[in-house]
Every structure is written in C-alpha cells, then in structure tokens.
Design a protein around this ligand. Structure first.
Ligand code: ZN
Ligand code: ZN
Length: 421
C-alpha cells in the first residue's frame, strides 16, 4: 500500500513571482495582497475541512454527516444557511447589504462506492465508500472561500451563494436543487465551479471557453428471438447472434452517420445472453453510454439506435425494445466568464501555469447551472508524480494545490463584486 505525498512530506509548490495585472484586468493591486493573505491564513481551516470530510464519505443523497459538517462550518462563519435542499443539499448566503450582482459558487458532496486504498492517516471511516473523485476537496475549497469572503465582506457588494449539491456522480443533484429555487431570491447572475484534476500538475489550472464536458445519455436494448436446441439453429431465432450484429451495427453510427466535426462516442458496456451451452438464447440485453457535445447530434441518438437495431432485428426475425435515458447535458462555458476565470487563475498561479483544457467525454451535472446562467467550470491541477486518477482506490490530491482554488474563487468574486475604499 502506497502512502501518497501529503502536507507533511511533499515538496512545496513554487509559484512564479506575481505578475503585474494584465491590461485587460481590472483587479487592483492592494485587494490582491489582501486576498492572498486571507487565503494563506485560511489554509489550516481548509486542510482540516478537507481531511474531516475525507473521513466521512457518503453516497448520493445520503450525505447527511457531510451536510451537517458543511452547514456547521457555514454557521460558524455567521452566514445564514439553508439545509435539506433536494434532500441533503446545503446553501450558505453572504449578503453584503449593498446592491449588486449575485454569484453562485458550487461544490459537489457525494462519494463513490470504492474501498479506499490510499493509506492516508485520515482515510475513509466508511467501509466500501471513498471520496475518490475529490469532492471532499471541492467542499473544503468552497468553505475556505466562504471564510475568506466573509472576512472581506466590507469590500464587497451584492450576494454570494455557496452551494453544496448532493449526488453529482449519479443520478444528479444539480437539477433538483434548481427546481427548489437555488437560482432565485436573489436571482443568480453567474456561476462558477471547479474540479480537481490529477492529470494536470499541482500549481496549474486548465480553462476553456465553450464545450468542456460531454452530455451523457444511456440506452438499454432487449432483443427477443426464439430459443431452442443448440443443434437446431434453423428452428430458432438466436437472440445472442442478433444482438452481436446489432452491437456491431451501432458502432457504425458514430463513424458513418455523424458529421466527423462533431465529437461523439457510443460505448456498449453491458451484454447479457444465454444460460446453457446447449440452448439457443431467446433474449439478449445490452446497453451503454452515449457522449456528445452538440445538442443536434444528441437529439437524434434515440431515433438512430431504434432504426439500426430495428433494421437488424427485422432482417433476422427478432424484435427489440429500447429504453433511452437522457443524462446530464454538456458543460458549456460562457466566453466572458471563462476569461474572468483565466484572469483570476493567472493572478494566482502565473500565466505560464494556466493552460487550455482539453475537452473530455466525461460528464458533470454542473452543466445544469451553466444551461441557465452564464458561468465557467474549470480544472484545478492537483497531480503529482505517480498519482492515481479519479475513481481509483488510490486517488488523492496534492493538498498544496487546494489554496489556489480558494484564491481563484475569491479573485473572481472580488473582480465582480469588489468596491473601492
Ligand atoms: Zn466522479
Ligand atoms: Zn467529480
């Protein structure tokens, strides 16, 4: 069992000397120093929160201990807190009392059904459950951001909503939280979120305008043939054989029927048929996932799958049923909001450490917020030599990178809500 580097035994990150603000930036110098100081002073609070939350991972919509921890931390900052939103969601509110825009900052709360194998001294106390996607870090970063902005509230106007949503992994907590009104009263003008990113080194940030993460839809097909003796195939309709033909034909949708300038992915991940060596299967079931960035391509998946599978079945004398489940929409970043993140990231880690993110076929339900209000979701580099990727039992983050996330959030808010004097 490997013990990954943590606060006590890592090489401290070295960041380049602070650059002068770029000509397009309206970030004044003095508040920058104040933000940096406040963030540094909140590091202990940040790491304590991350480690405490890492110990108590909980699955989707069961984040009760997590929600209590988050709500107590927000209350200790003197912020009004709403709990029980969409079950276990929590929202803290920083109201400055001065008119201005409302910014929503979002973190996700749920963990994964994975047995932790990091060997960390603060590893999961819940058998078979682990923060293997870094949502513990997301919550800790947002709590520390709330702490810093609360300390700086006299230099801010408007309102900041600190939103902690359940069930990002599956089936999604963003949409039900929106349905319960988190984007209203006051109405949210823009939103921001981040994901820790082990494939980017700690001390770097990846941002990208436009499509960043794919829409994820799901399909399941049941093929019905006619079973019988394995030695008499001519008297049967072999559902297994029809199913394999259908799977092969489905793979050609992406390569032959979708405009190659629109990235798309179809993966058949499950196939079940047959139960005995001398019996021809009367049914076959298979299913998988579809990923797309383009809404036009996405809207036609269901029809195309029906046509292709239906064509194969009718040629072979079988029938089929298709169950199609629409998942998260694509994550599309607003151009102006992405520039705001880029400016804040450059001021935090230096322009040389801010890179263009590569779009990923992974999905994220931050997409629901971004569908409704302009905003930006970005990747915070937390990788180190030999680190494991997300959803792996050995996954962990380079903790020294976490204050960068706090600083970026605070700078974004300060640029939009800061007042002089
Ligand atoms: Zn995940
Ligand atoms: Zn995640």
């Amino acid at each position: 069992m490997r013990v990954p580097p943590q606060r006590t035994n890592v090489t401290r990150l070295r960041f380049p000397a602070r650059r002068a603000p770029s000509p397009t930036s309206n970030l004044p110098d003095a508040p920058m120093d104040t933000i940096k100081t406040h963030v540094t002073n909140s590091t202990e609070f940040l790491l304590d929160a991350r480690r405490a939350l890492h110990r108590i991972p909980e699955l989707a919509f069961k984040e009760t201990k997590t929600a209590t921890y988050v709500a107590d931390a927000l209350l200790s900052l003197g912020l009004p807190v709403r709990t029980g939103i969409a079950g276990t969601g929590v929202m803290g509110l920083l109201e400055t009392g001065r008119p201005g825009p409302t910014i929503l900052l979002r973190a996700d709360m749920d963990a994964l059904p994975i047995q932790e194998a990091t060997g960390l001294p603060f590893c999961s106390e819940h058998p078979g459950c682990m923060h293997a996607c870094g949502h513990d870090a997301h919550m800790a970063i947002l709590l520390a951001t709330a702490r810093v902005l609360t300390q700086m509230r006299n230099s801010l106007r408007g309102t900041v909503k600190f939103l902690f949503q359940p069930a990002e992994e599956y089936p999604g907590g963003a949409a039900p939280m929106i349905a319960e009104g988190v984007l209203e009263n006051p109405a949210v003008n823009c939103c921001f979120g981040l994901h820790v990113w082990p494939s980017a080194p700690a001390g770097t940030v990846e941002v990208k305008p436009g499509p960043l993460m794919a829409a994820m839809d799901r399909f399941e097909v049941t093929i019905t043939g006619r079973g019988g003796h394995a030695a008499k195939p001519h008297e049967c309709v072999d559902a297994l054989e029809v199913g394999t033909q259908a799977v092969g034909a489905l793979q050609r949708i992406v390569s032959r029927q979708i405009d190659p300038i629109h990235p798309a992915l179809l993966t058949v991940a499950v196939f079940r048929a047959g139960h005995a060596f001398n019996v021809i299967a009367d049914t076959a079931q298979f299913g998988g996932t579809l990923r797309t960035f383009d809404t036009g391509v996405r809207s036609r998946w269901q029809e195309r799958i029906n046509q292709v599978v239906g064509g194969v079945c009718s040629a072979m004398g079988a029938t089929h049923e298709l169950q199609f489940t629409s998942g998260y929409p694509p994550v599309i970043n607003d151009v102006a909001m992405t520039e705001a993140v880029r400016r804040a990231a450059e001021a935090t880690v230096g322009a040389a450490n801010v890179r263009e993110a590569t779009p990923t076929m992974g999905g994220e339900d931050m997409a629901y917020f971004l569908e409704r209000v302009p905003g930006c979701f970005f990747f915070l580099g937390t990788g180190f030599d030999g680190c494991s990727m997300i959803h792996n039992p050995a996954f962990t983050v380079h903790e020294d990178a976490l204050p960068c996330g706090v600083e970026i959030f605070c700078r974004i808010v300060h640029e939009r809500l800061g007042i002089s004097g």
